[in-house]
Design a protein around this ligand. Structure first.
Ligand code: SAJ
Length: 425
């Protein structure tokens, strides 16, 4: 294999391009954003991912990796562009269509085209192939096509790119085997071959499984507010059963995958996908549920005008990514309430839609601290020191992120979401 062209230099395409470039293969990285292209060629990136910058710089310095705004001819094309959802919860596959169109006049007989983007069922056969065949080349005979979903976890991408099992769906045996030859170059795990429709559904079901399981935990959390059990302890002890793995509840589900991908199944099979669509709704309702808990607690403490200190806006712990973060929804609700003011602190996030404060300013004169992301750094906050800053010693923890006892010892009313017994404390 001589040359690979990767279309889309985001969270998946860029690490993939960089890692292939370390294997003595010429990689052309393509992105429609000239600023992204320029910064990659200068060895800089906006994506905050362990090990990625070094990998890119190695690729650029070795001249095996170079970014461009338009595709170049190659032996293998990998499409790794985003597939977001629109306001009607329908997949927007325009980036896949545009990427495919952009290589129609670049592909040659014998080329392999791989789709990695998470896609609605049928995308490879019904959308990708008809566009590629505009070249006059027949899929399965002249050109080869495979669907190989990315499955890497933001925050641990490089490690998972190498060590996660890969599933490859080929439109025929030869396509799947050609794709295997490429992935074998950098994947140190099993590679399984199947058909494209199965591979598309594998990817969607992985994230859907997680979403449904989180929804189950969130439903249990809501039930806890009508009873006197502690949801966190119920889950901890239930998970000691060898065949139980309930996920963690919280203020909602974020990121660009889990809250998006299940809708791709619902869109195609609306009448049959009942659990899947219900789970999506349950998880989407969590910021509003949390907001109601917040209002209730303020009322119980006779606080009419309140300054809320929101800790954590990244969609999950240890990362700076705020895409689809559930915190965005609760921020809107708080901002639309004239009796509430808001300050926001997140040790990881630098660029955000709303103004960010440092920790001290965020907590100054606070009436309620609202912990929304379980960043480990929040455990280092000293309730003793905070006592001098805040106006009211009230804290709501949506993620079981802090040590309750230390806060209580320092006179705080510590409310852990999903533990109703705190109502009277
Ligand atoms: N979350 C919970 N409770 C849990 C686990 C997660 O509320 O028990 C929330 C998180 O706080 C976050 C959201 O879910 O808001 C998503 O986080 P995540 O860690 O579950 O997943 P992502 O979106 O960072 O990455 C997922 C991964 N999929 C699976 O683990 C099945 C990753 O492997 C995929 O490659 C990625 O989606 C993707 O690109 O599709």
């Amino acid at each position: 294999m001589k040359e690979v062209c990767v279309l889309g230099l985001g969270y998946v395409g860029l690490p993939t391009a960089s890692i292939i470039a370390t294997k003595e293969i010429k990689v052309h990285g393509i992105d429609i954003n000239p600023l992204v292209v320029e910064s990659i060629n200068n060895g800089n990136i906006d994506i905050n991912e362990p090990g990625l910058k070094t990998l890119i710089q190695t690729g650029i310095n070795s001249r095996n990796l170079r970014a461009y705004t338009t595709p170049k001819e190659a032996d293998v094309f990998i499409i790794a562009v985003p597939t977001p959802i629109n306001d009607e919860k329908k997949a927007d596959i325009s980036h896949i269509e545009n990427a495919a169109e952009s290589i129609v006049d670049k592909i040659k007989s014998g080329n392999l085209i791989i789709l990695e983007s998470t896609s609605p069922p049928g995308t490879t056969k019904k959308i990708l192939i008809p566009i590629l065949e505009k070249s006059g080349l027949k899929a399965g005979e002249d050109i080869f096509v495979a669907y190989c979903p990315e499955r890497v976890l933001p925050g641990n991408i490089i490690e998972e790119l190498i060590h996660n099992t890969r599933i490859i769906g080929g439109i025929n045996k030869k396509s799947a085997e050609m794709a295997k030859e490429l992935y074998e170059i950098f994947v140190k795990a099993d590679i399984h071959l199947t058909d494209v429709s199965t591979a598309e559904m594998v990817k969607l079901m992985e994230n859907t499984y997680r979403d449904v399981n989180i929804a189950l935990a969130n439903e249990l959390l809501k039930i806890a507010h009508h009873s006197d059990f502690n949801v966190w302890e119920v889950i901890k002890y239930a998970n000691m059963h060898p065949r139980v793995n309930i996920h963690s509840p919280g203020g909602g589900v974020g990121g660009h995958c889990i809250p998006v991908d299940p809708w791709f199944i619902v869109e195609k099979f609306p009448l049959t996908s009942r659990i899947i669509s219900q789970a999506r709704k349950i998880n989407d309702e969590m910021p509003e549920f949390t907001y109601k808990v917040l209002l209730k607690r303020l009322k119980q403490n006779n606080i009419k005008k309140a300054k809320i200190s929101l800790l954590g806006v990244a969609y999950k712990a240890n990362i700076s990514d705020t895409r689809e973060s559930p915190a965005l929804k609760i921020i809107e609700l708080i901002k639309n309430n004239p009796d509430l003011s808001l300050s926001i602190y997140d040790p990881y996030v630098k660029d955000f839609k709303y103004e960010l404060s440092n920790l001290e300013y965020a907590l100054k004169d606070s009436d309620c601290i609202l912990v929304y992301t379980d960043h480990p750094e929040f455990k280092n906050i000293s309730p003793k020191q905070i006592s001098k800053l805040v106006k009211t010693k009230l804290i709501i923890d949506t993620k079981n992120a802090l040590n309750a006892e230390t806060w209580k010892e320092n006179g705080f009313k510590y409310i852990l979401l999903g533990t109703n017994k705190n109502i009277n404390t």
